[in-house]
Design a protein around this ligand. Sequence first.
Ligand SMILES: *[C@@H]1O[C@H](CO)[C@@H](O)[C@H](O)[C@H]1NC(C)=O
Ligand SMILES: *[C@@H]1O[C@H](CO)[C@@H](O)[C@H](O)[C@H]1NC(C)=O
Ligand SMILES: *[C@@H]1O[C@H](CO)[C@@H](O)[C@H](O)[C@H]1NC(C)=O
Ligand SMILES: *[C@@H]1O[C@H](CO)[C@@H](O)[C@H](O)[C@H]1NC(C)=O
Length: 260
Amino acid sequence: MWSRTLAGLLSLASITIAQTPSGFTPQVSQKLGITYGNNDISPPGELIPRPEVARPPTISSSVFSTTGKAVLFTIDLDVPSNGSRVTLLHWMSPDITGVTDGKNSTELTIPNPPVGTPYLQPAPPVGDFPHRYVFLLFEQPRNFSIPPEFANINPPTDVSARIGFNLAKFVAASGLSTPIAANYITVQNTTGTATTTFPPAQYSTTVTGSSTTVTVSGGASGTSASASASASSTSNVAASGSGGSGVALALAAAWMLHQI
Ligand SMILES: *[C@@H]1O[C@H](CO)[C@@H](O)[C@H](O)[C@H]1NC(C)=O
Ligand SMILES: *[C@@H]1O[C@H](CO)[C@@H](O)[C@H](O)[C@H]1NC(C)=O
Ligand SMILES: *[C@@H]1O[C@H](CO)[C@@H](O)[C@H](O)[C@H]1NC(C)=O
Ligand SMILES: *[C@@H]1O[C@H](CO)[C@@H](O)[C@H](O)[C@H]1NC(C)=O
């Protein structure tokens, strides 16, 4: 009895907390469990040291899927590219199973060997503010397949194919609905000093990890991003390979970035 009441209260509480970054559309209230090593990501947006995200996390959920399968996306929302910020697809796995219960949180099974777009470790450039990596789980329709226009990420031939990933277009082309669960992490590389000027943040937030708190400010006014972390070396791994036109990349990312 008591536990049932508590569970009810907890589930009420959980629907009031957005699991997606502030300003991100679509907003998702159902939590996707993300566990890196022993660290169960909470609250959403937790700042994680980069070495801890070298291997893909395990994911868990109590969400219900009528088909019993799900598709996962992990997307960096803050990749500097040609003076603005674009997306980068870090992970896309269809055929995830274990999404059958609707009540109990179960660890989901991700195909191994990987299918779709293999996990790529978050690698924000040295000196940039913490990037946001959003995890989105969608129910997988029975007739799901990777749309032909996304063959270049199935799997990607190189990192540049992952840049400017347009989730809205993928969702429309593959018949996905709205995400059934989500979560996000933030990752920053504080081991060096930026050698370039980064484009402004498209959001304002304070993120907290086990030992650091970082405030990011930005927004429509174009306020510069600032990160309070220390720094002392030089390299810059700004996701490069922006082979295509910056305009096309910006348009591709517009659905996500214009909301922020
Ligand atoms: C949830 O897990 C409990 C304990 O394993 C089990 O008794 C119960 O049937 C499960 N509920 C559902 C809806 O599967
Ligand atoms: C999947 O099936 C639905 C109808 O059940 C249809 O509307 C949709 O276009 C199909 N999607 C694909 C990608 O074939
Ligand atoms: C930070 O970036 C530098 C340059 O790419 C890289 O060598 C280093 O491993 C990164 N540090 C961390 C902690 O990820
Ligand atoms: C970057 O933006 C400039 C000015 O809009 C444009 O001329 C240039 O082609 C872009 N470069 C890339 C790599 O997209």
